[in-house]
Design a protein around this ligand. Structure first.
Ligand code: ZN
Ligand code: ZN
Length: 439
């Protein structure tokens, strides 16, 4: 290769390295913005998550979007790694790998790994690191599992004391059940207050701790009453709604809608549940006697549902596309909307709620396309408009970094590695706080 050509290619290589470092610095800024947007719930406008919003608004593929959000969150507690990325000294690929294992305690050491090694080295170290973490975690999980316990004993004054440690998923179930029981008790209390016409609603609202105690009692009672049977998975969350037909058609109409246990539900919720549900139509006389029970029918017949799934392929809400969903009547059947393909659209559970209960609107245009609007009436396009980009974005980026006092050049992100063989096992032994230290 002639010296001329070689120096031209060197310059080209330098230019690539410098621009890549600029992009990494800009990525740090992007992650800062994503972290703030995520923490402040800016995506919570009909989207399932910050990643789903990024996919829609920025055009990232879902995997990359989730990864950006994960790294953004992690960097919130890892200031050294964040700064190295912001200075263009550590590539995004390295930071992404390191944030999978780094904690505030190990950040400094891992930053040194990132500075010294190539991206491939970093990847291998992180993989070894995770193995040690996993072993430690498996030991920890086993220890936690054996420590599960529930103690119920009587205090000196006769009250019972309940104390325990349960697995996270059991705890989640308990918390959910307690919340449901609290809600029931609250509704009951409100109904009693209303029927007593009492003015002393403020009399004495129980504290949350007191409500929890009452809720636990209701849980125990309910469990014994129904026999200890969690039911088949499909039945566990089944909800029965009794609704007066006029209410379904017009929320303003007189009548009522209640859950099996008497809990009132909003007419919007009712409309959602009835939108794509099995129906058993019962006719009552005015005094409540059932005079006629119709056969159980699906609102949307199976053949039509298959065609609907085939046409929509997933949730039609902008930016969603979850591959399974419920059939939504664009104009509700109770208001005379037909159960036909053009009046139906597939929506996931989350977005079915958005449309029925959160004020999002959808309409089918004459050309067959769906048009979505936010609760305030602004359109929610399937594909958002592109942002304005300067004619020479690289120039703008470089100028902005210079204005920030960032000095980025071709060697800013160069690893310190000199070509020696990497001994991952040795490196982990030296670096990982838990390595070689079982138990
Ligand atoms: Zn619906
Ligand atoms: Zn959806």
């Amino acid at each position: 290769m002639s010296p001329d050509l070689s120096s031209t290619l060197d310059r080209l290589g330098d230019e690539i390295a410098e621009l890549a470092a600029h992009l990494d610095a800009a990525t740090a800024r992007l992650l800062d913005l994503i972290r703030e947007f995520d923490a402040r719930g800016g995506w919570n406008t009909g989207f399932l998550s910050c990643a789903a919003w990024l996919t829609w608004r920025v055009g990232l593929d879902p995997g990359a979007a989730r990864e950006r959000v994960r790294v953004a969150r992690a960097l919130g507690t890892l200031p050294r790694l964040a700064q190295a990325l912001a200075r263009g000294e550590l590539s995004y690929a390295k930071v992404r790998a390191l944030t999978r294992v780094a904690t505030p305690e190990t950040e400094e050491r891992l930053l040194a790994v990132g500075r010294a090694g190539t991206a491939a080295h970093v990847e291998r170290i992180v993989r070894g690191w995770r193995r040690v973490d996993r072993l430690a975690e498996a030991r920890e999980t086993a220890r936690r599992h054996t420590s599960r316990a529930l103690h119920v004993y009587q205090d000196e004054d006769g009250m019972m004391i309940v104390r325990g440690r349960v697995a996270p998923e059991v705890g989640a179930l308990l918390v959910q059940a307690l919340a449901a029981a609290r809600e029931t008790l609250y509704e009951r209390a409100r109904a009693t207050d209303a029927s007593a016409g009492s003015a002393d609603v403020s009399a004495e609202t129980p504290t949350l701790a007191q409500q929890q105690a009452d809720a636990l009692g209701l849980l125990a009672e309910t469990a014994l009453h129904h026999g200890i049977d969690p039911g088949a998975p499909g039945e566990r969350y089944q909800v029965v709604v009794h609704v007066d037909a006029p209410v379904l058609a017009d929320p303003e109409a007189p009548g009522q809608s209640v859950l099996e246990d008497g809990t009132h539900v909003s007419s919007e919720t009712c409309q959602r549940l009835a939108c794509d549900a099995s129906r058993v139509v019962m006719r009552h006389t005015a005094d409540g006697r059932v005079v006629e029970v119709g056969a159980r029918t699906r609102t949307i017949p199976p053949a039509l549902r298959r065609v609907l799934h085939h046409r929509d392929r997933g949730c039609r809400f902008p930016g969603c596309g979850l591959p399974f969903g419920q059939g939504h009547h664009i104009r509700h059947w109770a208001q005379g909307g037909p159960t036909t393909l053009s009046n139906l659209a597939l929506l996931c559970r989350r977005h079915h709620r958005a449309v029925h209960e959160e004020g999002y609107q959808m309409e089918r245009q004459p050309d067959g396309e769906l048009e979505f609007r936010r609760p305030d009436g602004r359109p929610l396009p399937e594909v958002p408009a592109l942002p304005h980009v300067a004619d020479d974005p690289i120039h703008v980026l470089r100028a902005r970094h210079e204005a920030q006092g960032l000095r980025i050049h071709a060697r800013t992100a160069m690893p310190g590695w000199l070509g020696e063989r990497l001994d991952v096992g040795w490196a982990i032994d030296v670096l990982h706080p838990l390595a070689g230290n079982p138990g």
